[in-house]
Design a protein around this ligand. Structure first.
Ligand SMILES: Nc1ncnc2c1ncn2[C@@H]1O[C@H](COP(=O)(O)OP(=O)(O)OP(=O)(O)O)[C@@H](O)[C@H]1O
Length: 240
């Protein structure tokens, strides 16, 4: 594994074909078809319980659909996922990163330099030797992003990655997302923060009640959503 560089090859399309998910006979995601392509920032939006995380976990392969299929149109690219609460090892920030490099069989002599580069990229150099679990929420999230960056993913999934952070930490995570995107990574991110979606989205997938109601360019979604639920959502009305 090399240090992250720009991803030059086109990223395979990810196609969800009539994907549904049921639990104990209850439909949590109605049959959904969706194609994610190019090097775009796709934001999955919708109110609490809409099925955003479900859709993302199905897309990333963490969940198996009840029906339908998820397939890559071409070779499956390297993917990484960042969660709302990152799971970090009881070690220093630096060691959390060198551990990942060891798992990926990077020669020992190269691990520290690569890990330090990742820490530097995400503004964490000064915290290299601090135990990861005492870092603030925003710092932990940036460490999770640095760890993902080491994998040089072509596709990065983020599930409510900023929902428990303050505005400065949100900005730092959004900057980190832009760093990934600038190096050629496709971004797929869930949020119910409208302002964040407006800042980041190239296109928006809007879910309500386990149904995909819209997948549109961000400008279209924010100026002229085609569903009444989408309109209510962007007007800040509560919908359940
Ligand atoms: N693996 C699972 N097994 C069973 N039920 C699930 C599973 N994952 C999610 N659910 C249920 O599916 C529904 C949608 O959950 P999901 O987490 O996708 O919503 P969300 O849109 O991400 O909501 P929030 O904004 O609150 O995080 C919820 O009722 C949840 O309890």
């Amino acid at each position: 594994m090399n240090a992250p560089t720009s991803i030059l090859a086109p990223i395979a399309d990810l196609r969800l074909e009539n994907v549904s998910f049921q639990h104990r006979g209850q439909s949590l995601l109605a049959p959904t078809s969706l194609t994610l392509s190019g090097c775009r920032r796709t934001i999955i939006m919708g109110p609490n319980g809409a099925g955003k995380s479900l859709l993302m976990r199905l897309a990333h392969g963490l969940l198996t659909p009840t029906s339908g299929r998820v397939r890559w149109q071409g070779s499956e690219p390297v993917q990484a996922m960042v969660f709302q609460r990152p799971v970090l090892l009881r070690r220093s920030a630096l060691d959390n990163l060198t551990y990942v490099l060891a798992i990926h069989k990077v020669p020992r002599a190269r691990r520290k330099a690569q890990a330090m580069l990742a820490l530097d990229t995400f503004g964490l150099t000064a915290l290299a030797h601090r135990p990861a679990r005492v870092l603030s929420g925003g710092e932990q999230q940036r460490l999770a992003l640095a760890r993902a960056w080491l994998l040089n993913p072509a596709v990065l999934f983020l599930d409510e990655a900023t929902s428990s952070l303050d505005p400065a930490a949100i900005k730092a995570v959004e900057d980190a997302v832009m760093t990934f995107h600038a190096s050629g990574t496709r971004i797929v991110m869930t949020t119910h923060d409208l302002h964040q979606a407006k800042r980041l989205a190239d296109d928006v997938v809007f879910l309500h009640n386990g149904q995909l109601l819209e997948h549109s360019p961000a400008d279209t979604f924010f100026s002229a959503p085609c569903s009444s639920q989408g309109r209510a959502f962007i007007q800040g009305e509560l919908i359940w």
